[in-house]
Design a protein around this ligand. Structure first.
Ligand SMILES: Nc1ncnc2c1ncn2[C@@H]1O[C@H](COP(=O)(O)OP(=O)(O)OP(=O)(O)O)[C@@H](O)[C@H]1O
Length: 279
């Protein structure tokens, strides 16, 4: 039951493949292009971060991977299958944790999507308890969301998502509303969970520091409309290295790549510390 591996994917090839994805909104104001010709690949076990300034289309990309938006051009595939609609193989964690229905206990909140997906009640309860234990909230199973801190609500949201055993966890600035200390703790706990379970995650943030700490690979997007600016391996960084000169150098360099159009990055290299520049 709950100890099943989270992903079932073919042994070869990326878990998620975005090819030349252009995303647009059509409304009263006309057409708004959110992303332009974006390509990337997420491999099983990746902590893949979409990083870019406000309005560059990060959330829109995540929604498209979630199946809520259809690309205007290009394609999105999960384990080789075209993404055409939302599905339980892609679960989104948002920053609005008050989305947890307040009339349901913590345990019922975690059970709810499982029951909606057809899981029988005893198994749903067992899975809810298992994942609440994993995020350190076993003692709060019978509590109501309004009695929890922001960080605890974030942990419930993560438990609820992981209990669904998705192939990929989609996280849209999940810690942005938390105070700095709680945010740091959550980043640490997410890292520990990942080390323990090894899930695949697509994580959206506009914080360079958070991207370096949370991700093992970072896709840098240009300002609106989002185009791929560069790709960076960041597996060498974690919270412990956050104050190091290497971390600071990476931080400054990403800042230049994102915000200084005259900055020319080096040609792609195979070394893990290299920046691969796409445009
Ligand atoms: N529902 C919508 N209708 C029309 N335009 C939209 C809609 N949602 C987003 N946009 C536009 O699409 C572009 C990308 O928005 P998106 O929210 O994906 O950016 P983002 O990088 O996630 O920004 P932020 O970091 O501020 O959340 C923006 O120009 C935004 O105004």
């Amino acid at each position: 039951m709950s100890t099943l591996p989270l992903q079932v994917v073919p042994p070869q090839g990326p878990l998620l493949r975005a090819e030349h994805v252009t995303l647009e909104y059509t409304g009263a104001q006309g057409v708004v292009r959110a992303t332009d010709d974006v390509s990337f690949e997420v491999h099983r076990g990746d902590r893949f971060v979409l990083l870019g300034p406000s309005g560059c289309g990060k959330s829109t990309l995540l929604k498209a991977v979630g199946g809520f938006i259809t690309p205007r051009a290009g394609s999105l595939r999960l384990a080789g299958r075209p993404i055409t609609a939302p599905g339980p193989d892609r679960i989104v964690v948002f920053q609005e944790f008050d989305q947890l229905p307040p009339w349901k206990t913590v345990e019922s909140n975690v059970m709810f999507p499982l029951l909606a997906g057809g899981v029988k009640k005893p198994e749903a309860r067992e899975r809810a308890r298992h994942w609440l234990g994993k995020v350190g909230l076993a003692r709060f199973a019978d509590a109501y969301p309004h009695t929890l801190s922001g960080g605890m609500k974030a942990r419930v949201a993560i438990a609820r998502a992981l209990a669904m055993q998705p192939e990929i966890l989609l996280m849209d600035e999940p810690f942005a509303a938390l105070d700095a200390l709680t945010r740091r703790t959550m980043q640490e706990q997410l890292q520990s969970l990942w080390e323990e379970i090894g899930f695949t995650m697509l994580f959206v943030t506009h914080s360079i520091e958070e991207a370096l700490v949370v991700g093992n690979r970072i896709l840098l997007l240009s300002p609106h409309p989002g185009r791929v600016r560069a790709e960076l391996n960041s597996h060498q960084f974690d919270l412990k290295s956050a104050g190091s000169p290497e971390f600071q150098a990476a931080n400054e360099r990403i800042h230049r790549l994102l915000f200084d159009p005259s900055h020319v990055a080096p040609a792609p290299q195979p070394a893990p510390h290299a920046f691969a520049v796409h445009s």
